[in-house]
Write a protein that binds this ligand. Sequence first.
Ligand SMILES: [Zn+2]
Length: 378
Amino acid sequence: MTVWDDVVGQEAAVAALQGAVANPAAMTHAWLVTGPPGSGRSVAARAFAAALQCPQGGCGVCQACTTTMAGTHPDVTLLATEKVVITIDEVRDLIMTASRSPSGGRWRVIVIEDADRMAERTTNVLLKVIEEPPPHTVWVLCAPSAQDVLPTIRSRCRAVVLRVPPPQAVADLLVRRDGADPAVALTAARAAQSHVGLAKRLARDAGARERRTAVLSIARRIRGVGDAVLAAGELVDVAKAEAVSATQERDAVEKAELLRALGVADGETLPPRLRSQLKQLEDDQKRRATRHQRDVLDRAMVDLLSLYRDVLVVQLGAEVELVNAELADTVRALAADSTPEQTVRRMDSIGVARTRLDGNVAPLLALEAMAIALRPQG
Ligand SMILES: [Zn+2]
């Protein structure tokens, strides 16, 4: 067992990182790990941090390895955020930490999991320290792609690029690490299109599998404009409900913590001068819920896209595995019912809806237009 075990299907990236751990000449003070969502950027960054601290280069069992992987190593700082942006104060704190010598480890490692969520002003603060880092400090930035960070940062970092791992590699991980059933794991890995986190959720949560199937079922249910409008409404409602259930509990905890920090007792009315702070928190939480809802909707559209991709595969007679092998009947029925040109147009309409959602168009509007384009064209 080593710290690299969970970095699945990324042989080239792992070799580059291991090389830097083993050979001081190959070491750099700033790294940029990029890869599509779910490819394991933060897992790779964490494994790298552990390997740097471990006397054996990442044995996976010593204290340096286990504390780094658990997020408690004193010389490894991880900035993971679910907020929309990383604030300038958060980055200033990291820079303070980075300036200190390691307390016991070999390096001081700072990992920023979503380096693409920094405003330009914030990035410029970071730039100065990346240019002239203290000798024992290593920065590891993660982002979906190199284009998501400013060129000034990009050019000062060594790039490590993760690819989409093969479904079988993801399935093997789920079996080995999470004890998933091999057949369920492979179906889940394919359905999640190798997004490791999603595959894990699909493999162990029957409810998540059912929700996915429900989303895909709209492809056959839409017969006319009326069905399309209904289906769009359903998709939005499901996403809203999922976002609420995912964020509600944490929102309440955060609010209680803030009130405690402000010295306001339970049930006491908030003095007017403190109201803006509570308002700020509530605005952040609202933004987070909106973002989560959009993420859920985007995932639903990626799932739909995978279904039509399968339809196209069948229509063109391509010798490629289906993403949705368990829905082969649906795929064949849709394939028999339309032409490849129509399938491509449907896929385009899903792509347009994703772009519009990303551009803050009201979700229901974007989805209605998409659902209408999915109805049979005669
Ligand atoms: Zn170790």
